[in-house]
Design a protein around this ligand. Structure first.
Ligand code: LUB
Length: 266
């Protein structure tokens, strides 16, 4: 994981196969007509597959980081480079935000040319979409881990959110995805709809808890799920502004204790 200060493992230079200068630099559009919003959206859709009907079919299921060149060893290297570029972009988006981060900044951070970055992500918007997608790609892994522990649905919901709080403190891609979702009005691309997947997941768990008699009488699963999501979002935001999320685990634990006491049957 890469924390907010951006300390990461040294970035290996791009491999011989990967273009450092060959690719035309879409940034240098001398004489080319500026892209329309629709074109840049189409390009970022092409880059991320958004709008292709293959969108996230269910909670959090996102596509793996794709490469342009098909399944071969080069693909793995290209996928590793995409991840390096994505992580560097996440570090910058988290601290500076979308508007104040340039593709040149990202290229400088990974020691690549702007052209090489554009080879993997055709626009800054495509980079932002990829970062947000990878934010959501964290949660199926967390879900699988907590589910494997075999707790009841209510305990599973409680432990999932506790695990998410830890990821918000430790994982720069989670932090960057959250900031980009707040800045979505500034980003001319189709970002996944926020909050709905967590609400769906928690509502499902609370409905199962209700069926097992684990919920306090009168607690409506979907309403409780919306309240948990809103409370979590609020707790992480306050902790971010006041403490750069250094205390998010403790802040969420105290809120969670209060909310689950109200939700759980006596
Ligand atoms: C979560 C954020 C930040 C919801 O689900 C989301 O979209 C979220 C980013 O937009 O918090 C709280 C679990």
């Amino acid at each position: 994981m890469t924390d907010r200060t951006g300390t990461t493992a040294p970035n290996p230079a791009p491999t011989a196969e990967e273009p450092t200068v060959a690719e035309p630099d879409p940034g240098s559009r001398s004489g080319t007509r500026a892209k329309t919003g629709a074109e840049s959206r189409a390009e970022s859709r092409a880059a991320t597959g958004a709008g292709t009907g293959a969108e996230r079919p269910g909670p959090f299921r996102v596509r793996p980081i794709a490469t342009r060149r098909g399944p071969d060893p080069k693909q793995d290297r290209a996928a590793r480079t995409r991840l390096l570029v994505l992580t560097a972009a996440a570090e910058l988006f988290t601290v500076r935000g979308f508007r104040h981060t340039s593709v040149q900044d990202v290229a400088d951070r990974v020691g690549m040319t702007k052209g090489a970055v554009y080879f993997h992500y055709p626009t800054k918007e495509a980079l932002a979409v990829a970062v947000v997608e990878q934010h959501y790609a964290r949660w199926p892994l967390l879900l699988a881990g907590v589910t494997a522990e075999g707790h009841g649905p209510l305990e599973t919901a409680e432990r999932l959110l506790a695990g998410a709080a830890l990821a918000f403190r430790e994982d720069v891609v989670v932090q960057a995805g959250t900031r980009l979702q707040v800045e979505r009005p500034q980003i001319d691309a189709e970002l996944p709809t926020p909050y709905v997947d967590w609400t769906e997941l928690l509502a499902g768990l609370l409905s199962r808890a209700e069926a097992l008699g684990e919920l306090r009488a009168g607690v409506r699963p979907r309403a409780a799920a919306r309240s948990l999501v809103a409370a979590f979002f609020g707790a992480q935001h306050v902790s971010d502004v006041l403490r750069e999320r250094a205390d998010i685990v403790e802040r969420w634990a105290e809120t969670s204790e209060l909310l689950f006491r109200a939700i759980r049957a006596e």
